[in-house]
Design a protein around this ligand. Structure first.
Ligand code: ATP
Ligand code: K
Length: 301
């Protein structure tokens, strides 16, 4: 089977839980601290490798620091292939997350992720050309995404592009990609002058919009489809979108229709929101197969 390649971000999430946030010049005691691997690229790679191990190739960069080492271990533990994860002089990307008052405040330092430049690719181009699918998000430079998407198109390789977080330059990508997967909020940022229905109708079988607890919507060429989410007892929705994108990528590359791949991915994200952390709840294929909503006709291997 051909590999799936993610070109994207890798970071360490530093998560502080506190009942008070300090004012300028003030020091407070918080409640808890956790360090968990994250970054949308890495999360989507792990989501896929949980379902199909040793078939997901990660292209990205970390720094020459202890976070980089931890992240490499985490990839290997999750059966993501990291021969093309480089080490650069910048620090490993981090997200400093403060959980306060049932909400979060996040500072991202891209660090090594800003150094993921297609101008430095060498054997990476062959990896991309040999892939069944390339998966992109928006936490590495836009120029790299654009160069990868253009190269993939020239070489007949399909691209799944998750434009998260949305950037003004995203629309330059759309003609080179096969699947475009914003969430509802990103979709209205990217298409501010049209209704959701108009936008979906303009990009049939290409634009899939995730609607959180409402599910996923797309136009199938004849009509707009809305596939409902599966209700869950929610522990933490972090990573729901990454799980959905990763599982959708697996479904599509294993021959499912857009509708069936969407349903497969909805089941994966339903399982993911029931555990803490972005990667914590990402299901394995056997966990998926054990669920009553798993359909035998999917035939995922
Ligand atoms: N509360 C929930 N219960 C069940 N399924 C959910 C829930 N939230 C999200 N999902 C599933 O996950 C998919 C993706 O969620 P969403 O549209 O919120 O993506 P997102 O905004 O990119 O997520 P995040 O940024 O939190 O990772 C949804 O289409 C849905 O199938
Ligand atoms: K989760």
């Amino acid at each position: 089977m051909k590999k799936i390649t993610v070109v994207g971000s890798i970071s360490m999430d530093l998560v502080t839980t506190t009942n008070r946030v300090p004012n300028s010049g003030e020091t407070v005691f918080g409640e808890q601290f956790a360090m968990v691997p994250g970054g949308k690229g890495a999360n989507q790679a792990v989501a896929m490798a949980r379902l199909v191990p040793d078939l997901i190739e990660m292209i990205g960069a970390v720094g020459a620091d202890s976070f980089g080492e931890e992240i490499r271990k985490n990839f290997t533990h999750n059966h993501v292939l990291i021969e093309h994860v480089g080490t650069v002089p910048q620090t490993t990307g981090i997200a400093q997350i403060t959980l306060f008052d049932e909400d979060n405040r996040i500072i991202i330092i891209p660090g090594a992720n800003d150094a993921v430049s297609s101008e430095r690719f060498d054997s990476e181009w062959d990896v991309i050309a040999d892939s069944a699918l390339v998966v992109l998000q928006n936490e590495i430079p836009h120029q790299t995404n654009l160069a990868v998407a253009q190269y993939a198109k020239e070489n007949g390789v399909k691209v799944l592009y998750n434009p998260a977080p949305a950037r003004p330059t995203d629309m330059e990508m759309i003609e080179y990609v096969d699947y475009f997967t914003p969430n509802e909020h990103e979709c209205s940022e990217l298409f501010p002058d049209a209704t959701l229905e108009e936008t979906l109708t303009k990009y049939p079988n290409k634009l899939l919009v995730t609607l959180g607890v409402k599910g996923v919507t797309f136009h199938d060429g004849k009509a707009i489809q809305l596939i409902p989410a599966i209700k869950a007892k929610v522990a933490d929705t972090t990573g729901a979108g990454d799980t959905w994108n990763g599982a959708f990528a697996i479904g599509i590359t294993q021959g499912l229709s857009i509708k069936e791949a969407t349903k497969f991915a909805i089941l994966a994200s339903h399982l993911s929101v029931q555990k803490f952390g972005a990667q914590g709840g990402m299901p394995t294929l056997s966990e998926m197969k054990g669920h009553e909503k798993y359909e035998k006709t999917w035939n995922i291997k």
